[in-house]
Design a protein. Structure first.
Length: 87
């Protein structure tokens, strides 16, 4: 089946993979970062999940970040804009 969803037992390497991607993101985004969080089912210890690491990154200036070459962080990047009060 082409659209089959694969669910795996919890893997402690998911947390390690997140930390690696977080480190790469910090190197690339520097002072633009507000926070980087591991979200989704792989962030919950002991939970079965699709083996996809979901990461939310809050940034100061989305337009600046979008101009950067961030493709080597790995995986797909989905941009969602949110309104927020200036810090």
């Amino acid at each position: 089946m082409e659209n089959e969803i694969l669910i795996k037992d919890y893997n402690s390497n998911w947390a390690k993979e997140f930390e690696e991607k977080k480190g790469k993101s910090k190197e690339i985004l520097n002072d633009n970062i507000i926070s980087i969080e591991h979200i989704g089912s792989t962030s919950i210890m002991g939970l079965e999940a699709k083996p996809i690491i979901d990461i939310a990154i809050g940034v100061m200036d989305l337009e600046t970040v979008m101009k950067m070459s961030i493709s080597y962080i790995g995986g797909e990047i989905a941009v969602r804009r949110c309104a927020a009060k200036p810090l």
